[in-house]
Design a binder for this molecule. Structure first.
Ligand code: NDP
Length: 419
């Protein structure tokens, strides 16, 4: 029986909240707090009479530490689940430390203002020293390690699907199937069709920043960076069929590289259709993906924020999206001296997700693991002081929970490898 504060009421949060409400033996009380309280109230209204979980709602600006501290002090949760945006990770972590509660999120920190000179100085140094130029990285949150440890609190970072489940798959493969893992290829395939020429499946700003950045992967402990979308492979995904996928930088590579340094190469691929890529290139070429404000008729406008207003709200894609996702990891390595290959993956159906929680599968595959990670922290199975990613705990209870809560996984012991 736990009392949890959930920050955010967008696409991912709405799934996480509904799954908490299905799991009211653990989540006996939740408070949904977000910038727009009316969205929290509307969801509470929809869930009323359908769950034993007691729901409260609140308005909060998660950029303001003092507002978060007051809310946490007033509600007194055991843990805070952050499903707002990566921009607020550090303020929320600070507020959790100040109030003595556990912290859980689904995406690592990135700054909203990438022109901030103080942030740029540290970023430029990191680009030079480590060799990857994504705006997001774990260093900001790993810097909280000592403070969470000293406070006896758990910070669980990145419990979505990727990152999140993909890193649990890695810990599971290591525990049960391999003596040594040599390579990990993380594959994220979305075979869904929403009928729009261009839309993003989760927050457009965060999504477009991620996919328009240079790709990178880890090889023998070193980052190799390549131009955006320059490494392309075709793969035949079970449940979806043949898709083009492209190498991207992704945050779990960084955490897996630190926690499993024996792995010689870690890459991440995501599928994109030609229409998505054509639109993205065009938007980038005309400057619409820029995060730097421009003056327009006397107002400061951030192009990518304006674009977000024009694009379909990801939460509205649910009723229109058909098809499946197939996300997982291909491992190669050795077991008892013999070469071994393995693909652990989940297939999730957009229409089934919508029938269950009124969301498409991308929000579903993120919201379910957000609930599971929070459950394991509050029930004590994944509780230890410090800042952790999902590959740093016993994977078994998480894997069991995936099967139980809507993301059953499968294992292929003879997968086609990615060249
Ligand atoms: P949405 O844009 O749909 O929702 C964001 C929510 O946060 C909205 O409710 C928004 O409020 C609220 N919010 C934004 N800023 C603030 C603020 N300053 N104070 C309070 N509330 C705020 O995003 P998604 O649901 O698509 O994504 C949520 C998170 O999930 C992101 O961090 C994203 O990176 C992560 N993610 C992780 C994945 C994974 O597999 N690990 C995959 C997909 C997403 P309002 O309604 O007012 O706008």
């Amino acid at each position: 029986m736990a009392r949890v504060l959930i920050l955010g009421c967008g696409g991912v949060a709405q799934v996480a909240i509904r799954k908490c409400c299905q799991n009211s033996d653990v989540f006996s009380e939740i408070c949904i707090a977000s910038r727009t309280k009316s969205k929290c109230d509307a969801l509470k209204e929809k869930l009323s009479g359908k769950t034993a979980t007691k729901i409260e709602t609140a308005q909060v600006d998660a950029d303001k530490e003092e507002e978060l501290v007051s809310l946490i002090k007033a509600y007194r949760p055991e843990a805070v689940l952050n499903v707002v945006l990566p921009y607020q990770d550090l303020t929320i972590m600070e507020a959790c430390l100040k109030t003595g509660v556990h912290y859980i999120d689904t995406a690592n920190y990135e700054p909203e203002d990438t022109d901030d000179p103080e942030w740029r100085r540290i970023y430029d140094k990191r680009c030079r020293e480590l060799g990857f130029s994504a705006y997001f990285d774990y260093s900001w949150q790993w810097a909280y390690e000592e403070r969470f440890r000293a406070a006896g609190l758990t910070a669980l970072c990145g419990t979505g699907f990727d990152p999140g489940v993909t890193s649990v798959f890695a810990a599971y493969a290591k525990k049960h199937y391999f003596d040594t893992i040599d390579t990990i290829d993380i594959l994220d395939c979305n075979g869904g069709d929403h009928g729009y020429a261009f839309a993003t499946n989760f927050n457009p700003e965060v999504n477009l920043r991620e996919v328009s950045a240079p790709g990178s992967y880890l090889e023998n402990g070193k980052w190799v960076e390549v131009p955006a979308m320059s490494i392309k492979r075709e793969y035949d995904f079970k449940g979806v069929g043949k898709k083009d996928m492209y190498l991207l930088h992704h945050e779990e590579i960084e955490a897996l590289g630190r926690n499993m340094p024996e792995v010689k190469r870690i890459r991440f691929f995501m599928t994109f259709g030609q229409s998505y890529l054509d639109h993205m290139r065009c938007l980038e070429d005309v400057g619409m993906l820029s995060t730097t404000p421009v003056k327009f008729e006397g107002h400061d406008i951030v192009p990518i924020k304006f674009l977000k207003e024009l694009l379909p709200d990801p939460a509205s894609l649910g009723p229109r999206t058909k098809g499946k996702t197939n996300i997982g990891c291909i491992f190669t390595g050795k077991k008892d001296g013999a070469e071994k290959h393995l693909y652990i993956y989940n297939i999730c159906d957009h229409e089934e997700s919508f029938r269950e929680v009124e969301s498409q599968a991308v929000s579903y595959t993120t919201g379910v693991p957000a609930m599971i990670g929070t459950m394991l922290v509050v029930n004590g199975l994944w509780r230890k002081p410090g800042v952790f990613t999902t590959d740093e705990f016993d994977p078994d209870p998480y894997m069991e929970a995936l099967n139980r809560w809507g993301l059953p996984w499968e294992i292929d012991e003879d997968p086609v490898l990615v060249e």
